[in-house]
Design a protein around this ligand. Sequence first.
Ligand code: PLP
Length: 386
Amino acid sequence: MKQRIADPVSRVPFSVIREMSQRAAAYDNVITLGIGEPDFHTPAAISRLALQDAENGATHYTPAQGDPELLRAVLDYLQVRNSESLGTSNVVITHGGMGALNAFFRLTLEPGDEVIIPEPYFPSYKPQVEWVGGVVAGVHTRPEDGFIPRIEDLESAVTPQSKALLLNTPNNPTGAVYPVALLEEITAFAKRHDLLVLSDEVYERLYFTPETPRCIRSFPGMEERTVVIHSFSKSFAMTGWRIGYAFGPEWLITPMIKVASYYTSCASSVSQRAALAALKNQDLFESMYQEFENRRDLICERLAAMEHIRLTRADGAFYVFPDISHYSRDSRQFALDLLDRQQVVVVPGEAFGSGYTDCIRIAFTIGRDRINAAMDRLEAYLASLQ
Ligand code: PLP
């Protein structure tokens, strides 16, 4: 039989992150700073509540839009956290943040439509856009700007095919959190060019700024053109449960429900009960948020002490994206060499955009003692390069 895989899929390589993990498996005593998920397990109380619900019959399809109880709890959550007064027609529960992303691209993009995305960005965006015929227009951001986009650079990415702007704050891989002044400028920009805005806020609870970050949807005139994505994965240590949600105007959410219903029927019923339990027990996560902030402080302190590493302090998520250009301009080779010589896994910057071969992504998803050990090894590796 002729084995033929459709071109858009065969053209996309497996991710560099996967390559690094496979290579790491050959070593003992590896410390991985490569993992993009909390090392914390979902609190046992939450798993127990979900499993109890399963025993009591929460094992059937839910409505495509989501479990009605979870939808109500999400609306309450958004009212408290984002001061959003939304109705049930403004929310859809999805198969993780991923489910919301691909439903949004499916329903908004025609072949040739362009999505403007500040770089560096989460590697899944590009294949998802391309697999529905869209095109990514990347916009370079710079370490000296804290990896937040300049409006003039966004302007130069606009073409007659521009359809949407994708923002991700707090950001993977840089840890940047977009400040209010930038969101105001982006609001004017999106309106000027009549762009839809997809705001990926899956790290919404992980921020280290004194103020809670603002959501772009709350700026004047943005409600009608903005869809926001939240997820239980990172903010509630529930990656394996695969539950997220999108909220926005009814004209976009209604077709999202249609797309979700044809792709997945509905999100997992038991996982939706777990998400509901998480929203009812949010206090269980406070110590995790605090620990991520402590780790951020530690890792920034350790990296800042390394003379030739240029560091942009992370304000959110659980990543830093230091510049290693003093040592190497080939982050892939740097990462492979660091693994081979010191058994530390980091992710090469090139995984997040072609302009980032000078950077590496470090995830602080391990305990502080392991972070210290990893930083000792990184220091020894850098010293060996001098
Ligand atoms: N968006 C960003 C920026 C991410 O980093 C991730 C996961 O790493 C996702 C979306 C998808 O997360 P999930 O589908 O687990 O909610």
